[in-house]
Each structure stands twice: as C-alpha cells, then as structure tokens.
Design a protein around this ligand. Sequence first.
Ligand SMILES: Nc1ncnc2c1ncn2[C@@H]1O[C@H](COP(=O)(O)OP(=O)(O)OP(=O)(O)O)[C@@H](O)[C@H]1O
Length: 373
Amino acid sequence: MIEAAFRGRLGSFDLDAEFRVPGQGITALFGASGSGKTTVLRAIAGLARLRDGRLQVNGETWQAGRRFVPPHRRAVGYVFQEASLFPHLSVEDNLRFGLRRSRSTARIGLNEVVDLLGIAPLFDRPTAMLSGGERQRVAIGRALLSQPQLLLMDEPLSALDRVSKEEILPYLERLHASLSIPVIYVSHDIAEVERLADTLVLMERGRVRASGPIAGLLADPALPLIHMPQPAAVIDGQVIARDARYGLTDLRVPGGVVTVQGDLGPIGRRRRLRIPASDVSLGRRAPQDTTILNALPARIEGAEETAAHQVVVRLRLGQRGEGAALLASVSLKSWDTLGLRVGETVVARLKAVALAAPGAAPELAQAPPAHTA
Ligand SMILES: Nc1ncnc2c1ncn2[C@@H]1O[C@H](COP(=O)(O)OP(=O)(O)OP(=O)(O)O)[C@@H](O)[C@H]1O
C-alpha cells in the first residue's frame, strides 16, 4: 500500500492531496496542467518538503510528523520527461551507473533490464546517437537498475512524437506485466493512462478529486472523465481460446467473451482492452446478417447527454449487468427513437476493440470491422 498526504503552500499554490493506492501495479496521477501532479511526485521522492506531509510506501515510513527520510535514502527511481543521460558515456556505461548507485543486493539485473527494454542493439552507442524513445528506454533501464522500491515517472512520453510514443508504450506494458515494482506515473494524456494504469488518482487544483481502480473512475458520471471528448472504457480480460485459421483470440472479460483480431498470446494470459465509446453501438436484438463478431448483452446503468447532441450510455456487461463497465456513444436522436431506458438489457455491438495489453506488439490490434455483409 502507498499512503500519501501532503499539505502546504508553494508560492501561491495550495496543495492538499491525500490518497491511498495499492503498493503494486501502475498508479496514474492524472489532471490538468498545474493541478499539482509533479509537486506530489517530488514530495514522494523527498525533493519537495511540504509543511505537513505523511508518506508510507509498502510499510516503510518516509515522512510523518518530524520524520523526513532525505531523498538519497529513499529507494526511488525517477524518470523525467526528457532523459538526462550522461552524454560522455555509452549506453552500457549509463546503465552500469544505475547499478553502481544501488547499495542493495540486485533484485533486477542488467541482462533482465536489457531484455525487457530491448536495449541490446543500443549497447555500444554513444547516447548522442539515440532517438528520443531510445534515450527514454535507457533512462528507464538506469532507474530500474538502481533497485527502486518505487518507480516515479513524470510524463515520460510527453516529449516524444507520436511514433516514438507508440514504440515505447509496449515496453512500459511489458515492464508492468513482468516486474513487481510499483509505479507512480504522471500524465495528462488520458489515452496513455487508459492503456497503462491500474489505479487512477484524479487531481484538480492541488486536490485529489477521486482515486481508485481506473475502470470505475472512467465510467463515473460524477467525474469529468466520462465528459471528455473521447470517453473510453478499459476492460481487463484473459485469453481463453485462439483461432489460428482466422487469426482471432477470445478473451473472457467480466460479463462476457470478446473476440479480438490478432494473436494475443497463450491461453491464460491477461490482456487489456480499451474500448472507445464511439466504437460501441446499441440495439434491442442481436444483429442478423452482419460481419460483426462482438455483440454482447449489457444492462443500461445510466446516460449522460453531451453538448454535441450525443448520449454517452453507461452499461455493464452481462444479462443482469453483473460485468465490466462499458460506455457507448449514440446520437440523441437514436437514443430517443429507440426509447432506451435505464435498467433495460440491450445488445452492445463493439465495432472495433483496440487492444492495449502487456507485451502487445506496437500496433493496436483491431477487432473485425462492423459493416453489414
Ligand atoms: N517550488 C515552487 N514554488 C512556487 N510554486 C510552485 C513550486 N512548485 C510548483 N509550484 C506551482 O504549483 C503548481 C502546480 O505545479 P505542478 O508542476 O505540480 O503541476 P502539474 O499538474 O504537474 O502541471 P503540468 O502538467 O503542467 O506539469 C503550479 O502553479 C506551479 O507553478
């Protein structure tokens, strides 16, 4: 468990942030620019000292009352927006520097880091010859080799172009799947957060508006996430069948089974689906004569009208709505014409299921197209 509470003033900024998140997996600190995300991260690292602070990381107290463990005594790895590698050292020597800094017995070794982050081809290169994405992979590797108890990442992808971002995300997903080190990940890119995070801490003007498992917060009508321009649901599932002939994988998700194009790995592997609301349509009956593969029963939990004459429908998979949260964006006209009601069970058709999963290939797998035959 990670328990943090920081109160104090920095210049004219008031911080009063408190949260309790699991001591494993990825926790995203998400919020608008200036909401205090970096300040919280710095306070966790001990780089900012708030007047009133409390911090416990998996049973160790780093700050409480007058106790304040100085930054160099906190086992944190810090990855910044722009990788600050030593320019005069090779990639290998930059990584070895991480190892030298660590005083504990190595939990993660150089070879494992090199494998996980695909660094072998870069090994002998001077850092000046690396792309932005490659530099960031080395910086993450160096942070991991310092044997942190906690990895702090401050917008690690925000300085990268879209292609480099897509290139590095699968490595982060792989780290997530392979390592047990908890990560606190600052971002203001919700798609990135939807892809990576297990837990979300939503920050607003120096305060924590909400925190908890990401799937619930994304679909919470009381929070602003569902009202953003492209709302999406995230659903974690497990591979239960693979069809080599058609190149399809079935994932069991809470309340149903989703068929996704592509090989998602062996039976039993956990994968994440990110399903934009705009890729889900609703009907009363299962579609006939259609190429669509995913038509799942779901119960309507609620509906929010948007300014753009759309309705974001909150659903839960399963006949009785016992499953995962799902969002559908339908036009106000369709909503009124069909006369759909809260509490009704409908058929949710998933047009495309973008996959965001640990160890995924760089490209996003797409579910088969939805046009009728
Ligand atoms: N040492 C400081 N002295 C004065 N003001 C500070 C200090 N550190 C941060 N602030 C202010 O605190 C506010 C929150 O900054 P912070 O960088 O934590 O926000 P953020 O959510 O990470 O924003 P961004 O996404 O733009 O990085 C800002 O208004 C910033 O100017």
